[in-house]
Design a protein around this ligand. Structure first.
Ligand code: C5P
Length: 408
């Protein structure tokens, strides 16, 4: 979390400026306060009003405005921040920073500051690889400016290569690292399962479900951000591997269980995967052929191992904290309370996966934390905010002495 941290975000004029709005939202969601300086070119891409609404603060643009200077001078803007973040950092602003110019409020604040500076470059690939930009970046790095990105990818200008601004979440992680946010899970091992499993019918067909892996992957990333050594056992998903996490890719529930057991002694496990309850008893080695006029084949199913229950009951190395999910379409809380007891886990995050709610594949989730202490309702949050909150709770739990030790 970034509780109490003050970020001065400088938004320069690039198409990636739209991502800065999301960056503000995420930083504030992590507890930081954000104040914005918007360059004249930046204001062509995002409006001061959007930034003002998201920061709940006024937006600073004009160095020669009497009100701006009397209420909050350029020196004060920098003094009041723990970190300056330039996102997007355009080729032009990087050049002005490297040259020590002070020709607008953004450049002046950057010249006047003694606070750490993080730049998230965004520009056309040729501008990024141009000798002038390469030299400017080199100069700025030597002076202690930190950089995040740019990433490779398709660009708004129909070219491909390095130049895309890092995603808001990557920038948040870089900010947390720069501000040496506490790593309360340092030295702890975490295991997370995520995504669906695929149970083969034959080499071509399978039984699976709609899990996207977004929630499980976000949890793995959030635990890693707090310093845990994380193994993520993932079924087939299209979301990218989180950075700083060991990812083991599997297909079936059997493979998921084997990968979890191979992870060895762990402190906390979060089973977020939507594991298929049944597999086909005898998958065919060859593609099952349609025979004209013949009845469709009957699939005989066998139950899959319950990974959550297996890890909850593992001994002698039971993880100190075992967390499961209850994805339900009816009687959410009652089913989750029952599931916690049946599976022997410590916490259950209950969420409604009725199609109307849009949890599967969606960006947001409404969860209820069911533990021995009762039921705690969380507000509807973005999946990575749910993940950050859960990681925080896990860190607090593991930070407490074990009950047996407490009694000693
Ligand atoms: O029984 P149900 O599928 O509703 O339980 C959901 C919880 O159990 C989730 O945490 C899921 O990851 C876990 N689970 C598992 N192995 C299974 C089935 C579910 O780990 N075979």
């Amino acid at each position: 979390m970034l509780n109490g941290k003050r970020i001065l975000l400088i938004v320069a004029g690039g198409i990636a400026a739209f991502k800065s709005l999301e960056l503000v939202r995420r930083l504030r969601g992590r507890g930081a306060s954000v104040r914005c300086v918007l360059t004249e070119a930046g204001a062509k891409f995002v409006t001061p009003l959007s930034l003002q609404a998201l920061t709940e603060d006024r937006v600073y643009s004009d160095m020669f405005s009497l009100t701006d200077e009397s209420e909050m001078g350029h020196i004060q803007l920098s003094r009041d921040a723990d970190l300056l973040v330039v996102a997007p950092a355009t080729a032009n602003l990087l050049a002005r920073m490297a040259g020590g110019l002070a020709d607008d409020l953004a450049a002046t604040v950057l010249l006047a500051t003694d606070k750490p500076v993080l730049a998230a470059p965004a520009m056309n690939v040729r501008m990024w690889t141009h000798a002038a930009t390469v030299a400017n970046v080199e100069t700025l790095k030597k002076r202690g400016v930190s950089f995040i990105g740019p990433n490779d990818g398709a660009m708004a200008c129909n070219e491909y290569g390095p130049g895309r601004m890092s995603e808001p979440e990557e920038i948040v992680v870089a900010i947390e690292n720069l501000l040496s946010v506490d790593k309360p899970l340092a030295g702890k091992k975490a295991l997370v399962t995520s995504g669906p499993t695929r149970e083969a019918i034959d080499p071509v067909r399978y039984i699976s479900n709609h899990s996207s892996g977004k929630q499980g992957h976000a949890i793995a990333a959030a635990l890693a951000r707090l310093g845990a050594e994380v193994t993520l056992v993932s079924g087939p998903v299209t979301v990218p591997d989180p950075s700083g996490v060991k990812v083991v890719k599997i297909d079936s529930a059997d493979q998921m269980l084997a990968a979890c057991l191979a992870a060895g002694a762990i402190d906390v496990v979060v089973c977020a995967a939507a594991v298929a309850d049944w597999r086909v008893s005898h998958p065919s080695d060859a593609k099952i052929k349609k025979k004209p006029g013949a009845a469709p084949p009957a699939l005989e199913l066998a139950p899959n191992p319950d990974i959550l229950a297996t890890l909850s009951r593992s001994s002698p190395q039971r993880p100190r904290l075992v967390v499961g999910f209850a994805a339900e379409t009816e009687n959410l809380i009652a089913n989750a309370v029952d599931k916690r007891q049946r599976k022997g886990c410590d916490w259950i995050l209950a969420n409604d996966v009725s199609p109307a709610v849009g949890t599967f594949g969606g960006e947001r989730n409404t969860v209820h934390l069911v533990s021995a202490q009762g039921v705690e309702d969380w507000p509807t949050l973005a999946k990575d905010e749910v993940a950050a909150r859960l990681a925080d709770r896990i860190a607090r739990h593991l930070g407490q002495p074990r009950p047996a030790q407490a009694a000693e």
